[in-house]
Design a protein around this ligand. Structure first.
Ligand SMILES: Nc1ncnc2c1ncn2[C@@H]1O[C@H](COP(=O)(O)OP(=O)(O)OP(=O)(O)O)[C@@H](O)[C@H]1O
Length: 297
């Protein structure tokens, strides 16, 4: 549904995005994460047809991103949403509905349903007098006005209070359940982890790791085993009448089991803990920095 093939953007001699290649399948939620300046916004804007790539190509819903036809299939939410401050939410959304030639009765229904789903109160308040969370909801409603199959959201919930943030993340997740294809960037890795099927990690303009969360964890993360025994073994801590050891491999778990048996004890429970996306991200970032240092040396 979204296809980027060697997308590249340079500003003078500076490479903002270096050969980004990835596909987002129909109905998938794909997250792009990376530190400030990694090239996330530039990538999303190229896909939304707002920045012309220096190289490579991309399609959205089968249409080249440079075409106006592509825009009929896309809802784009920019990182900052400059809205017309003098308009009310309803008049602003009607204005965009007209731009997309949405029939009046369809627009009325869609605006009402979307604002209800987004729990937006004070629809007839001037946008300029709305809170940040409310204007973000209006911007999200705008991205849905043409009922697009594909949504590209740049940091949909950044800078909002925790309650509004959760609301927007859940709303985005519901859009995915309703069959939309979603590509979004985020700083908060917990959000990415909670709703994405696949993730790309960007650093210095390049995608440095990508895949399903399980795949990324396997390749760049660690698995830890929490082993609980009824006798003390070396390195264990006492917890509520049991002894807790942490092992990083099944061999280490086996060694704990043997140590417990040697003391006439046994393993009571084993719990597996996977790396969070944050740990995966930090591992990849550290590896990248180490590679850069080697390159510079
Ligand atoms: N118009 C421009 N002219 C020159 N450099 C630019 C321009 N737009 C972006 N850049 C640079 O390109 C790099 C990538 O920027 P981009 O906004 O895509 O990063 P990002 O990953 O979205 O960062 P953030 O998380 O802070 O939003 C940055 O170094 C930025 O300064």
């Amino acid at each position: 549904m979204i296809s980027a093939d060697g997308l590249r953007k340079t500003y003078g001699g500076f490479v903002a995005v270096e050969g980004s290649t990835f596909e987002v399948d129909s109905g998938e939620v794909f997250g792009i994460v990376g530190p400030n300046g990694a090239g996330k916004t530039t990538t999303l804007k190229m896909l939304a047809g707002l920045i012309e790539p220096t190289g490579g190509s991309a399609t959205v819903a089968g249409h080249d991103v440079a075409t106006t036809e592509m825009r009929r299939h896309l809802g784009f939410l920019p990182e900052e949403s400059p809205l017309y401050e003098e308009m009310t939410a309803t008049s602003y959304l009607h204005f965009f509905a007209d731009l997309y030639d949405v029939p009046r009765d369809v627009a009325d229904r869609r605006i009402d349903e979307t604002l209800t789903d987004l729990d937006l109160e004070h629809r007839d308040r001037r946008i300029g007098d709305m809170s940040k969370g409310m204007t973000r909801k209006v911007a999200i409603a705008r991205s849905l006005i043409n009922d697009p199959e594909v949504l590209i959201y740049d940091e949909p919930a950044s800078g909002l209070d925790p309650l509004t943030t959760n609301y927007i993340i859940e709303f985005t997740s519901d859009l995915a359940d309703a069959g939309k294809t979603i590509l979004f960037s985020a700083h908060n890795l917990f959000h990415v982890e909670s709703i994405c099927d696949r993730v790309a990690i960007m650093n210095d303009g390049a995608i440095v790791a990508r895949g399903g969360l399980e795949e990324l964890r396997r390749e760049h993360g660690e698995r830890r085993y929490h082993v609980y025994t009824d006798v003390e073994v070396s390195g264990a801590t006492s917890e509520g009448g049991q002894y807790h050891s942490v092992a990083s491999s099944m061999d280490a778990v086996e060694a704990i089991r043997e140590a417990a048996t040697d003391r006439d004890g046994r393993v009571l429970d084993i719990r597996t803990e996977e790396s969070s996306l944050e740990e995966v991200f930090l591992n990849v970032a550290e590896r990248e920095q180490a590679t850069e240092r080697t390159r510079e040396a």
